[in-house]
Design a protein around this ligand. Structure first.
Ligand SMILES: *[C@@H]1O[C@H](CO)[C@@H](O)[C@H](O)[C@H]1NC(C)=O
Ligand SMILES: *[C@@H]1O[C@H](CO)[C@@H](O)[C@H](O)[C@H]1NC(C)=O
Ligand SMILES: *[C@@H]1O[C@H](CO)[C@@H](O)[C@H](O)[C@H]1NC(C)=O
Ligand SMILES: [Zn+2]
Length: 973
């Protein structure tokens, strides 16, 4: 599954963003990326996310009304320690399932689905109970029929009514005597349930078309929601074949994993689509859709039919996904050297969906924003997002679908793998996007931040309860896993890696595995080529302990000593004792290096560092002949050097930065800032700043991205200090050459993808730093739009920045125009951009009015209100207004939104993010104590505690760094 922008992520985003330093950071993937998106005002997705959030909040916060997606409250979850696994004495070989989603009543509250299932079971061990999963279905006891498959008369019979173990979601049917080992039995039953907008199991989704509300029924089964749709053995290791029949009314169509074999008339004018028998597969990969959609279609070189479905009005936005989908499927057939086993591949965009994409075998379901590309309205980052999700889900067709983890605790491997080859797939269709360079800043350096916290956790954490699975769907399982798989690919070499993978997939096709099986296939392949590498032995040190090392390289003549040490952002903390390290925080580190004179960035040899220290020999004698370790940042570790070598590297950047490869330029910046934050390495804040000196000559996206990411903290800390003037002068001095070079002429058609990325990054930064010409240009473009409101010519890549700066630069007219557009806008992404833009005003009265409107339904819908608070808090002028507003109206807001703990927590966090004085600390403390005393903190208490901790750590940072930074900026601006 791909959860980049899922509501779950958004929910957690809201709790966790904030909590960079805290336990909730453990949750879910890609949070910071989402946050960045929000901050760059470029997200097209927030609004639809919000709807999902609202849905999910209902589900999560009101137990019993929906799936328990688990682990989402701000309090640590304590799971009852029950054995949720099914007994293994029965094995289901085959299912016949029929479902009729009835969406044809006048009132959606009457919608329901009815169905029947027949399961062919083999008795593996004698038992007189039939146990499998069911949840939230009404089963008609009279419909249950049990018999021996061959019809023998003396077979065991159903005894009494069935029971349900609700805690474990078990269906239990007693028999009058035990089944016989080796014999087959069948059990049949009929069931029904309401068809609601639940986002899990078989659920209802809707959209508007031609002024009419249209409905569709669609599914989300991973990890444990198939049992909400029909009774089944709902575990990933229990694989069966399925005969599916979907009943519909015309003109609806139905879709499932396989092709339709036959269409049968049913009473009442209904049609039954009877599908071909599936391949052997687990329940969580089934999918059913009944809708009135249209499609575009193609075919792969090997004859696999490929179709992309959407609402009829959006079907012309499916072409891009179809083109790359076909190409990537062909690429993966070649990459894995295993043919796609199904006759067809469908992809469908549904209006209400919990994830970005779900890899159901042969029927991948996406949220609309992750599949539909409109070549006039979508931005370059939308396009990349779509390519990424499509590639990720297609990768799962092999890794996850053909070969499935035996239990959810190996989900990290599934997701890490799909997240890694996702980049290979996109790189194949768009080599000019330089995905493997982007990987370093988007994935590796991003997860370094999370994994550098004492509250991180190992990649592999055994879990019992399937609800806990969502807790492992986090940045560590996606980003760290993909980063370390990239490392394996590199140290084994591409060829060995691919052959090992092919063996793994072929040996385990249609079966289940543990991650050690992959290590074994890779090791066997390496050994067979005479390479003495034990992949499992190496990888265990990366998978079974949290964090990663800093390798410090100290040169001495022609040799150097390298030592490794666990990196912690705050070295005074100790790693969470819940996850003790079996390796004493030492890793098996693949060291690679090059030197100035050698300059080998292509294929430097690997030296294994298996102990705490390792000597490197044969280095250059000249000290200005630098050594650079971790070439292309392939290894999952940071690097520190002695002072002379740091100076030589920085001198090289200033002298001719092109002598160091792009990824390593980003690495030098990212390592330097992260080491300086920890405060115990050979890099202080001024040396970190020195790595940005050369940026005046930098033209590439990836190093700039790394720099702006790392400078954000300094921006936050200095924002309200006397040094901010020098800071922005310095940044402008560095970035203006690139800004002038790129200009404002942005064209989706004529500019390269990375040029568009760079331009939108640079323009946002330059305007942010207060450059007048930048702000004026934003105003001019906005003015043009105001003059012809129905013809918005602003590039989708720049809309967010333009709205924000034009409104900041302008007055009430600009603001009112945006508000009017907002009221008439239907596109979710554009609504969000406008809401965000309006929050950029610099006039306190306008912001105050916006704040009060956000709590007045005649102006802003209730569901948008809290988001408005968030957006205004991003604005330095708005922040104190929000802080005052929240405090003044706390009791009201608290009562009204008590259930929206997530967004609340996020707001508190954003507000306090820049707090770095004792005064701030006291302010937070006072307020918190006062509200605690009258019992009005509820679940936000933890957010306040985190705010205090963070503020203290910011104060400490200011004490240690501010004076030096101030002087440095004076000298360099
Ligand atoms: C039970 O069913 C499976 C699947 O159809 C079949 O392979 C097996 O031979 C059957 N066993 C018996 C004893 O009929
Ligand atoms: C798919 O194409 C490859 C070559 O591109 C070929 O080796 C393979 O046999 C084909 N498979 C099928 C099922 O046609
Ligand atoms: C797609 O169709 C819609 C109307 O259904 C139309 O407004 C739009 O221009 C079309 N887009 C493209 C790229 O053809
Ligand atoms: Zn996935």
């Amino acid at each position: 599954m791909h959860l980049i922008c899922t509501s779950i992520v958004f929910l957690i985003l809201i709790i966790a963003i904030s909590t960079e330093d805290q336990c909730c950071e453990k949750q879910y993937k890609k949070l910071n990326r989402e946050l960045r998106k929000l901050r760059r005002n470029t997200s097209d997705e927030i609004s639809s996310l919000r709807t999902k959030v609202t849905e999910l909040e209902k589900i999560v916060l009101k137990p019993g009304t929906g799936p328990d997606v688990g682990g989402m409250t701000t309090a640590p979850t304590t799971k009852p320690n029950i054995d949720v696994r099914l007994p293994t004495n029965l094995h289901p070989h085959h299912y016949k399932v029929e479902l009729y989603p009835d969406m044809y009543k006048q009132n959606p509250e009457d919608f329901k689905f009815t169905g029947s299932v027949e399961i062919l079971l083999e008795c593996k061990e004698p038992t007189d109970e039939v146990i499998f999963h069911v949840n939230a279905l009404t089963i008609d006891d009279a419909s249950i029929e049990f018999s021996e498959a061959s019809g023998a008369a003396d077979a065991p019979k159903k005894q009494g009514q069935f029971e349900e173990d609700e805690e474990r979601q078990f269906f239990i049917q007693k028999l009058d005597k035990p089944m016989v080992k080796g014999k087959n039995y069948t059990i049949k039953m009929a069931f029904r349930a309401p068809l609601t907008k639940g986002l899990a199991g078989l659920y209802l989704s809707s959209y508007e078309e031609g002024g009419v509300t249209k409905y569709l029924a669609t599914t989300q089964f991973q990890p444990s929601y198939t049992r909400r749709t029909f009774p089944c053995f709902d575990e990933p290791a229990v694989k069966s074949t399925f005969d599916i029949t979907l009943v519909r009314k015309e003109p609806m169509v139905s879709l499932s994993n396989m092709e339709i074999k036959q269409i049968v008339d049913r009473p009442g004018g209904l049609k039954a689509d009877v599908y071909q028998t599936t391949v052997i597969m687990p329940t969580y990969l089934l999918a059913f859709v009944v809708c009135d959609f249209d499609k575009s279609e193609g075919v792969t070189a090997n004859g696999t039919k490929f179709r992309v479905w959407s609402r009829k009005e959006a079907v012309n936005q499916t072409t891009y996904a179809l083109d790359i989908g076909v190409a990537i499927l062909e690429y993966f057939e070649d990459f894995f050297d295993v043919d796609f086993p199904l006759p067809k591949q469908d992809m469908i965009a549904v209006p209400d969906f919990v994830a970005d994409g779900m890899e159901n075998w042969g029927l991948i379901i996406y949220s609309e924003t992750s599949l539909l590309y409109d070549d006039t309205g979508s931005s370059a980052s939308n396009k990349q997002e779509i390519a990424g999700v499509v590639s990720h889900e297609l990768a799962h067709q092999w890794f996850g679908n053909l070969v499935t983890p035996g239990w959810w605790d190996d989900l990290w491997l599934n997701e890490g793998f799909a997240s890694y080859v996702e980049y290979l797939g996109v790189d194949f269709v768009h080599p000019e996007w330089k995905m493997m360079e982007q990987f370093v800043v988007q994935i590796l350096e991003d997860v370094f931040k999370t994994d550098g916290l004492a509250a991180s956790h190992p990649v592999y954490v055994p879990i019992g309860h399937p609800d806990e699975i969502y807790e492992t769907f986090d940045k560590i399982s996606y980003y760290k896993s993909s980063s370390i798989i990239r490392m394996v690919n590199n140290f084994l070499t591409e060829d060995t890696f691919r052959k090992g993978l092919t063996n793994y997939l072929k040996d385990n096709a249609f079966g289940n595995t543990h991650h050690t099986d992959l290590w074994k296939s890779l090791t066997d392949q390496a050994m067979s080529e005479g390479k003495n590498i034990d992949v499992g032995d190496i990888m265990n040190t990366w998978v079974r302990q949290m964090g990663y090392p800093v390798v410090t390289v100290s040169r001495n003549g022609t040799s150097a000593e390298a030592t490794q040490k666990h990196y912690l952002l705050d070295p005074s903390q100790t790693p969470d004792p819940k996850y003790p390290s079996p390796y004493n925080y030492l890793w098996k580190v693949p060291l690679s290096y090059t030197t100035k004179s050698e300059s080998n960035f292509i294929n430097p040899p690997i030296i294994w560092m298996n102990e705490e220290t390792k000597s490197l020999n044969g280095l250059p004698t000249e000290t200005n002949d630098w050594v650079l370790v971790n070439v292309n940042q392939i290894g999952y570790y940071r690097v520190d050097y002695d002072t002379a070598n740091w100076n030589a590297l920085i001198a090289q950047l200033n002298d001719n930065h092109l002598a160091i490869q792009v990824r390593n330029r980003a690495q030098l910046i990212d390592d330097a800032f992260s080491l300086s934050r920890a405060g115990i390495y050979n890099v202080d804040i001024t040396r970190a700043m020195q790595t940005t000196n050369y940026l005046i000559n930098e033209r590439e996206y990836v190093p700039w991205f790394a720099a702006i990411e790392n400078l954000r903290y300094i921006y936050q800390m200095l924002g309200s200090t006397g040094s901010f003037g020098d800071y922005s002068k310095y940044i402008l001095k560095q970035i203006l050459p690139l800004y002038d070079f790129l200009g404002w002429n942005d064209s989706l058609k004529n500019n390269t993808h990375l040029e568009q990325f760079t331009r939108s990054l640079v323009i946002a930064q330059v305007c942010d730093m207060g450059h007048q010409a930048c702000k004026d240009q934003a105003s001019a473009l906005y003015k043009e739009w105001m003059d012809s409101p129905d013809d918005n010519k602003i590039s989708p890549n720049l809309k967010g920045t333009v709205y924000c700066n034009a409104i900041a630069n302008g007055g009430i007219e600009e603001w009112d125009f945006a508000f009017e557009r907002f009221q008439n806008e239907n596109l979710a992404g554009e609504r969000v951009r406008l809401l965000q833009g309006m929050a950029c005003s610099t006039q306190p009265w306008i912001l105050s009015r916006y704040l009060s409107w956000s709590f007045d339904e005649t102006y802003i819908r209730e569901q948008d209100a809290l988001e408005v608070l968030v957006y205004i808090s991003w604005n330095r002028i708005g922040l104190p207004l929000v802080w005052n507003f929240v405090r003044a109206r706390w009791d009201y807001i608290f009562e009204k939104y008590e259930e929206s703990v997530f967004i609340f927590t996020y707001i508190i966090n954003i507000i306090t993010e820049t707090f770095n004085t004792d005064f701030h600390l006291q302010e937070v403390k006072c307020f918190m104590d006062a509200k605690a005393a009258i019992n009005k903190l509820g679940a936000t208490q933890r957010a306040f505690e985190q705010a205090l901790e963070k503020t203290s750590s910011n104060i400490k940072w200011m004490e240690n760094n501010y004076d030096r930074l101030k002087t440095w900026l004076q000298e360099n601006s």
